[in-house]
Design a protein around this ligand. Structure first.
Ligand SMILES: [Zn+2]
Length: 185
């Protein structure tokens, strides 16, 4: 399975809305497998169709239990995902993106979401997520709508400054200190 090239800003595919998937045949299966491999190789915790130059509503996410590092990460491969419920409570967190090298930013997101989607075989699935997993889903579904974290951020930093300043604890932004460097999605 080949690794796919990850598209970077300012490529216009990243600002374009993706199309719903209706064909769950071998091409989609291959794309999903390649996206998973590309995400793991990057490494990242999420990847969306447009990031590999495919304007299809497909995301892959792999993320472990925040509380327990012993639990292996769960892989989600979702087709036509939509946020069907969103908590009123929001949280600030720092995000990076595989398509936006060298920058990270503070983004306010819903603390919890319910995602309605299809799995890779077309069956309907519903996932409840909170915390970082909820953030990753919101970031990836944004990609399908041509929205980047830089469209939502309230403060942006260069990754090298973030890491340097984070080490001595003087980073000016709101950081979840358990994630350093920030997750790339
Ligand atoms: Zn991203």
């Amino acid at each position: 399975m080949p690794l796919l090239e990850i598209v970077k800003v300012p490529h216009k595919v990243l600002k374009t809305k993706s199309k719903p998937v209706s064909d769950f045949g071998p091409e989609l299966q291959q794309l999903i497998d390649d996206m998973v491999e590309t995400m793991r190789d990057a490494p990242g915790v999420g990847l969306a169709g447009p990031q590999v130059n495919q304007l299809l509503r497909v995301i892959v996410v792999e993320f472990g239990d925040e509380e327990d590092e012993q639990v292996p990460p769960t892989l989600y491969t979702l087709v036509n995902p939509e946020i069907s419920k969103m908590s009123n409570e929001t949280v600030m967190g720092i995000e990076g993106c595989l398509s936006i090298p060298e920058l990270v930013g503070d983004v306010e997101r819903a603390e919890a979401v319910t995602v309605k989607a299809q799995n890779r075989h077309g069956q309907v699935v519903k996932i409840k997520a909170s915390g970082w997993l909820a953030r990753i889903f919101q970031h990836e579904i944004d990609h399908l709508n041509g929205v980047l974290f830089t469209d939502r951020t309230t403060a942006i930093y260069r990754l090298e400054d973030f890491v340097a300043e984070g080490e001595d604890g003087e980073h000016p932004g709101t950081i979840d200190e358990s994630f350093d460097p920030p997750l790339s999605v």
